[in-house]
Write a protein that binds this ligand. Structure first.
Ligand code: CAA
Length: 395
């Protein structure tokens, strides 16, 4: 077992940190307040190669491993989670899904532009009545011979208004349930695609979250990904990797809040010494450091399993579940350490606390992660009985 990062991974982490601290931090409070889309910052992320990090160079990506992606997500999420969710969706749901399951024509037409950040993509699964229960898709795509006719509404779509390409999950054969679901590449300037209003959110406020309506949208047959009926499996497989991205975001939020709280506690004086030297605060910092390190191990391990092409379904659910709970718990603690300063918007911690909440909700709620983990336990995929007395360690 080797816990060292490679020279390349360290260089990616350093580049992401420098970008986040120098280019994202100035203006992040104002963008959060005004809900202004970070257009210039997204353009820079494209230029620096953060929007298609894991995509093969052959399709215009960086060809990096998942660990490098995780490190970049962590550093960017310490500062600006509107930018990091845009990055996460484009990298792990859209580009990764297309590279793994798209055909050559789809990859050369769409993936090359998405991985370069020339176009931004969105992943359209959630619906007003189908969030956690993702098999209950009401959006339909009727087979019309040479094309599909797409109708329905999607909700809370990240990159909804700014994306050029949507990956849309829709029911093609209701009698087959989840086996009658497909996934389509839809261009947002096609007739019948209607972008709803931008959501006014608790956190990640400058990211671009919309409901989307598809009204009789003609989708060419060649824009279906995979064989008929592959759409639900596509969504599940893609989300298993997406959850590593959101886990990294949650880790970054927790670590960012910790860095701010530790720096503040080492400066702020009370009762004749820095508050870090009061046990009440020192123990809070110790608990934060402990939980963040445990989350980090889960997150890096899930990325490592994916890079080794081993099963990471349960590992990514564990990483996302744990890191998001740590992010929520310890951003609250970071606000507490800052006292009155933590409650005002000119300090960064209150924003991180608001941003933390969504990591327990999107790409599968904490409750959904527990469903995924418990099924792996029940199916015997996680602990393997070795003898009547014991279980083999976690795989
Ligand atoms: N890989 C491959 N196949 C999988 C799979 C996986 N990880 N997980 C499930 N499947 C397959 C099953 O094998 C099954 O197929 P068969 O019947 O052919 O064997 C099929 O999918 C249905 O699986 P389940 O019976 O387990 O389905 P379920 O209805 O019980 O639901 C669930 C399972 C885990 C709760 C799932 O619905 C789920 O993940 N829900 C949450 C959805 C979600 O994460 N939404 C996020 C929206 S995207 C987003 O947030 C992006 C953003 O903007 C940031």
């Amino acid at each position: 077992m080797n816990f060292h990062l490679t020279e390349e991974q360290l260089a990616v982490k350093e580049a992401a940190r420098e970008f986040a601290q120098k280019e994202l931090k100035p203006g992040v409070i104002e963008r959060d307040s005004s809900m202004e889309y970070p257009a210039e910052q997204v353009r820079r992320m494209a230029e620096l190669g953060f929007l298609g990090m894991m995509t093969s160079p052959e399709y215009g990506g960086g060809g990096m491993d998942t660990i490098s992606y995780t490190l970049a997500m962590e550093e960017i999420s310490k500062v600006d989670n509107s930018c990091s969710v845009i990055m996460s969706v484009n990298n792990s749901l859209v580009c990764w899904g297309l590279e793994q399951y798209g055909n050559e024509a789809q990859k050369s037409k769409y993936l090359t532009k998405l991985a370069a950040g020339e176009w931004i993509g969105a992943f359209c699964l959630s619906e007003p009545e189908a969030g956690s229960d993702a098999t209950s898709q009401q959006t339909t795509a009727e087979d019309m011979g040479d094309h599909y006719l797409l109708n329905g509404t999607k909700n809370w779509i990240t990159n909804g208004g700014t994306s050029k390409v949507h990956l849309v999950i829709a029911q093609t054969n209701p009698e087959l349930g989840h086996r009658g679901i497909d996934v389509f590449i839809v261009e947002t300037d096609w007739p019948g695609v209607v972008i709803g209003k931008k959501e006014d959110k608790l956190g990640i406020r400058s990211s671009d979250t919309h409901s989307i309506m598809y009204n009789d949208v003609k989708v060419p047959k060649e824009n279906r990904i995979g064989d008929p009926g592959f759409g639900f499996k596509f969504a599940m497989k893609t989300l298993a990797g997406g959850r590593i991205g959101i886990a990294s975001q949650a880790l970054g939020i927790a670590a960012g809040a910790y860095e701010l709280a530790a720096a503040y506690a080492n400066e702020r004086q009370a009762f004749g010494k820095t508050i870090a030297n009061h046990q009440a605060i020192a123990f809070k910092l110790a608990n934060m450091a402990l939980d963040i390190e445990a989350a980090r191990l889960l997150v890096y391990r899930s990325a490592w399993l994916k890079d080794q092409q081993l099963d990471y379904n349960a590992a990514s659910a564990m990483a996302k579940l744990y890191a998001s709970e740590v992010a929520m718990k310890h951003t609250v603690e970071a606000v507490q350490i800052h006292g009155g300063y933590g409650f005002v918007k000119e300090y960064h911690v209150e924003r991180l606390m608001r941003d933390a909440k969504i990591t327990q909700i999107y790409e599968g709620t904490s409750e959904v992660q527990r469903i995924v983990i418990s099924r792996e336990v029940i199916n015997g995929n996680l602990y393997v009985p070795m003898s009547p007395d014991g279980m083999e360690a976690l795989r």
